[in-house]
Design a binder for this molecule. Sequence first.
Ligand SMILES: [Zn+2]
Length: 295
Amino acid sequence: MGPRAIEKPAADWNRVPPTDIAVDCHVHLFPERLFEAIRRWFAQAGWAIPYPHRTGEVLDLLRAFGVRECWALPYAHKPGVAAELNAWMADVQREHAMVRGFFAVHPDDDVADLARRAVDDHGLCGMKIHCEVQQVAISDPRLDPAFDLLERRGLPCVLHSGDAPYPYTRPHLDVSRVAERLRRNPALHAVIAHLGAMQTAEYLKLMDQYPGLHLEISFTKAPGVAELDKFDWNGLARYAERILFGSDFPNLTFIYAEQVENWLALDWVRQNHDAFFGGNAHRLLSRKGDMRLGA
Ligand SMILES: [Zn+2]
């Protein structure tokens, strides 16, 4: 999760992975000007990102990689921007059949109204929270209306709730904050980004308690990215029905195909190929068709 210099020819970055990917559940799409600002921030932080950020180019490249569907994740870095972001995401979802749009909320906005409109008016598929960027803990009571709605409707959320790559941010980003949320919303379908690094072992224990808890693997087995905390990669086989492939594309400091290859090297991933590369994600969205029925 640290910077990596560009050292290979450009063509190599667009190498096609050795398998088709039914769902990449961690992709970022933003309106162009906002994405340009995000890229400037990454550049200042020393991240060399060779991939495009304009929506059409990002989706074209994903299709070329063999990706059939992607979860597009926005986040609201300040109050007052989530409503517009969500409306924009709804347009993208309508225009591009491969996109499953997620919505953003900001804790200082009217969270209940944002979430209800995102789901009922825009038909968005779930919610994304980025704890560090948004400076909010998953357990923050201001987020209750959104999590309550998702739990009632059986819709997923993707949570960047781990402290990697931000050192010294606990207890704000500690796994205990997610545990607190799950005590309130025990049936929540939550997907923890980046395997919950650097507290993966603790998240796995929480998965034993909450069947709706899932992990997503982006940035965890990629060249140039720091080692995760110690856990048994083969032991993850026990959770094969609840681990999802995601990439964090297009904000990568490594070659897209390399992350796919490194996970395919694990026996349990090859044995559970279809679940890992999309089946688990499809199951999480299977209730989407019901959501207009209300709850
Ligand atoms: Zn991300």
